[in-house]
Write a protein that binds this ligand. Sequence first.
Ligand SMILES: [Zn+2]
Ligand SMILES: [Zn+2]
Length: 218
Amino acid sequence: MPSKIDLHVHTCYSDDGMSTLREVVDYAEKKGLNGIAITDHDTLNGTDKALKLANKKELVVIPGVEVTTLQGHVLGLNITTSIPKNLGLIETVKKIHEAGGIAIAAHPIVLIKSHIKQRTASASNLDGIEVINSSAFPFFLSTRLSQTLAEQLKLPQTAGTDAHHADEIGTAYTLVKADPDIDEITEAIRKGAVAPFGKPISWKIRVRRGAFSLKRRI
Ligand SMILES: [Zn+2]
Ligand SMILES: [Zn+2]
């Protein structure tokens, strides 16, 4: 049975996340997803607690992290040991693999956020490219260029919302040909048994995020 998974979700354990784990888990279930990956910035602090919350429910929670590298952001999925930030992309991917996870380039082409260059990406042993990221701007250009990069590198294509508030979850999701089980899902992504779906977050949400980050600074 294919599983519908939002592979890029932040919680309040990220500096920029606004929702508690309970809100995130409840909303993911409400949206009819089979799973989510918790991918906070450079921390695994929220994943243990999320796993405990989700155990009582029908939702798969993949423990993950969004690692800051010198060449952009990388999602480490199915990870329970921390990965140091600010290393090179190649070294980061190696560490994610050593920790038993898979490595996906997050929003590899974004004008505002950092962006991963093709030459580095091809040398890095990545397991996939996030071609749809609902928060990427400009969305359609970013999606098209990310798809081209994934095709050139012959890597599986994934999607995630990059949600910073629970009600954004499910704006994008990856359909994975696997039962809702962490190891089966991770293996299916690695093999490329995936299809990305999704749309951009609304302008209303972009404005809300802007207001939230302004509030944090003052
Ligand atoms: Zn990012
Ligand atoms: Zn993110």
